[in-house]
Ligand binder design. Structure first.
Ligand code: ATP
Length: 301
């Protein structure tokens, strides 16, 4: 079997005049937790819809578990679990009825996995799904997705709108139990502290293009925080290579810079800096600075 659970080849998707995915070449190996990150509108949901065979690409192709995404059979779908932010489940059903239905539907159903995950929540079998809180519905969704013994679990912003306790329960169930063991996870989130906790591999999409794939620490190493004491006029930020962010705090200039290495220090010295030093940056700051640089902004008045 292919060691990559997901492959895309020059994958493109246009909606009218809008390019949502642009020549995307992605290879996600089995057995890891991949976090897919990008600003609003970067193309994450579009990618997932294509991967799950709900949407046809405009260009290129994509495979999931070695099969073309537009040719998925029921037995292929049974190997893939999907949890999205809406946690859309039939509200009128009782939990026990829904679980029994899923049990019949999925031949590889593992009741212990369901029990383990649902144990993190106060969900009663006799409750109707519509009576559950948002966090409990998220837990129920995860429990059912993992009980189907998926080889691949796709989570599209699964903790959106959950409070900290529910979020913790969700991540706990996903990361530290037995239920998800051996399963490849593709996790999409805007919340970097979550991404930091879950991800072995970080995938950054921007404007439908792939901008980074690699360990989260590798991305942090691409973003440097420079602090410079510049007694005279500071250089025009527009002339600084790789600049993501500039702030002046207590007379010192702070620069977040992408992919420039030590060379940026020389640029600052040449521009008249007396002292320069650089410091490490956390994932949250690195990714947010990177994404906000290219984020859409209103035109100047
Ligand atoms: N059905 C559609 N018709 C037209 N444009 C669409 C459609 N679906 C998505 N788009 C556009 O395609 C781009 C990518 O959207 P997508 O939903 O994939 O982004 P996303 O990364 O999931 O965003 P978010 O983080 O806000 O959920 C956006 O610019 C969006 O406006």
């Amino acid at each position: 079997m292919d060691a990559d659970v997901i492959r895309t080849y020059a994958l493109g998707k246009r909606y009218g005049g809008k390019q949502a995915l642009d020549r995307l070449d992605l290879a996600l190996p089995a057995g890891q937790v991949h976090a897919v990150v990008g600003a609003n509108g970067a193309g994450k949901s579009t990618l997932f819809r294509i991967l799950l065979g709900f949407l046809a690409p405009s260009e290129g192709r994509a495979t999931i578990l070695g099969r073309d995404c537009d040719r998925l059979r029921p037995q292929d779908r049974a190997r893939i679990g999907f949890v999205n932010e809406e946690h859309t489940l039939p509200a009128w059903m009782r939990v026990r009825q829904l679980v029994a239905m899923q049990h019949r539907h999925y031949p590889r159903w593992r009741q212990p996995a369901y029990d383990e995950v649902i144990g993190h929540y106060h969900v009663h079998d006799a409750q109707r799904v519509g009576q559950l809180s948002r966090g409990e519905r998220a837990g129920l969704n995860l429990a059912m997705a993992l009980a189907q013994s998926p080889e691949l679990l796709i989570l599209d912003e699964p903790t959106l709108g959950l409070d900290v306790v529910a979020k913790r329960a969700f991540l706990e169930a996903l990361l530290h139990g037995n239920a998800a063991r051996g399963c490849t996870v593709v996790y999409c989130s805007h919340q970097m502290e979550e991404v930091e906790r879950v991800a072995d591999n970080l995938v950054i999409l921007e404007g439908g293009r792939l901008r980074h794939t690699g360990a989260p620490d590798d991305f942090c190493e691409r973003v440097w925080h420079w602090i410079a004491d510049i007694p005279f006029r500071a250089p025009d930020p527009a002339t600084l290579p790789g600049l993501l962010q500039h702030q002046q705090i207590d007379g010192l200039h702070h620069y977040l810079v992408f992919d420039q290495g030590e060379a940026f220090g020389s640029v600052l010295r040449l521009a008249g800096a007396r002292r320069v030093q650089h410091a490490a940056v956390g994932l949250d700051r690195a990714v947010n600075a990177f994404l906000s640089t290219h984020h859409a902004a209103p035109a100047a008045a």
